[in-house]
Ligand binder design. Structure first.
Ligand code: NDP
Ligand code: 8X3
Length: 257
């Protein structure tokens, strides 16, 4: 297992869910953490919880804002610039509606965040990795990018795009030691469904009713595992679901007693 001690890991969307669990998992391995999200107050509170606070740098960033991504990442403090690992985790779903009835605003948010935001951050960080001769890009995909489900077309399309972008980035990085991995989880219980349903907690809870979903720590484990393989190994993709899920469309729910 490759050591992560002292490595700089940049995680987008670290104010919640999988991003936070991933930050904790890397911190436990002695990594230094660069964490961003739109809600700075959440990042500040989270960083205070982590043991090695001096090894954590948080900043507000909306990955949809191309100029902000370029300027903020170009102007990071010198000691934080040489990133070893980028985890493109910031993402969201909005709505669960038939495509032909959906509000296009939902599409803008998903595509701007999950696709364009990931591209902007990647474009800003990867040249430095190539120049330094080391690096690893780990993108958050989903079962949704591997199999479409009804009423989730645009979210699924955004994760299918993530899959293609991960494949293409790997191709473009051939001849360099920079690695690319897509980690594709099934249902994970986080704020994800609450965000999808615009804050409706009851509707969100129903998504995970009578089944065992993945926990954010399960995904963090997979990410850290990919990051700790020997430098000669490129893990291309990890598809993981809970025991109660087979794919985007098949889940097992226990009958409520
Ligand atoms: P959460 O809602 O718990 O976390 C999403 C994170 O993304 C938050 O930290 C949020 O921070 C951040 N984020 C959203 N929009 C932006 C933006 N424009 N700029 C910067 N940060 C942003 O959901 P999850 O942890 O579940 O989701 C994380 C990733 O995992 C997503 O890419 C999601 O698609 C993917 N995923 C989730 C699964 C699930 O079932 N939960 C399964 C498969 C994949 P803030 O609001 O402060 O900006
Ligand atoms: C999140 C998993 O099935 O809720 O990517 O869309 S799902």
């Amino acid at each position: 297992m490759e050591s992560l001690r002292g490595k700089i890991v940049f995680i987008t969307g670290a104010s919640s869910g999988i991003g936070q669990a991933t930050a904790r998992a890397f911190a436990q391995q002695g990594a230094r953490l660069l964490l961003c999200a739109r809600r700075q107050e959440k990042l500040t509170a989270f960083a205070a919880e982590l043991d090695a606070a001096e090894d954590v740098f948080t900043f507000r960033l909306d990955v949809r804002d191309r100029t902000a991504v370029e300027e903020t990442l170009a102007n990071l403090p010198e000691e934080w610039k040489a990133m070893d690992i980028l985890v493109n985790n910031a993402g969201l779903s909005r709505g669960l509606n038939k495509l032909y009835e959906d509000d296009p605003q939902n599409w803008e948010e998903m595509l701007d965040t999950n696709v364009k935001g990931l591209l902007y951050v990647t474009r800003a960080i990867v040249p430095g990795m190539v120049e330094r001769g080391r690096g690893h890009v780990i993108n958050l995909g989903s079962t949704a990018g591997n199999q479409t489900y009804a009423k989730g077309t645009v979210y699924c399309a955004s994760k299918a795009a993530e899959k293609v972008i991960s494949e293409g980035l790997k191709l473009d990085l051939m001849g360099t030691p920079v690695r690319v991995t897509t980690v594709d989880p099934g249902m994970v219980e986080t704020a994800f469904s609450e965000v999808r349903f615009h804050g409706n907690k009851d509707k969100a809870a129903k998504v995970y009713e009578n089944l065992t979903p993945l926990e954010p720590e399960d995904v963090a484990d997979a990410i850290v595992w990919a990051a700790t393989r020997p430098p000669r190994v490129n893990i291309h993709s990890i598809l993981l679901t809970s025991i109660d899920q087979a794919n985007s469309n098949v889940v097992h729910r226990r009958v409520a007693s």
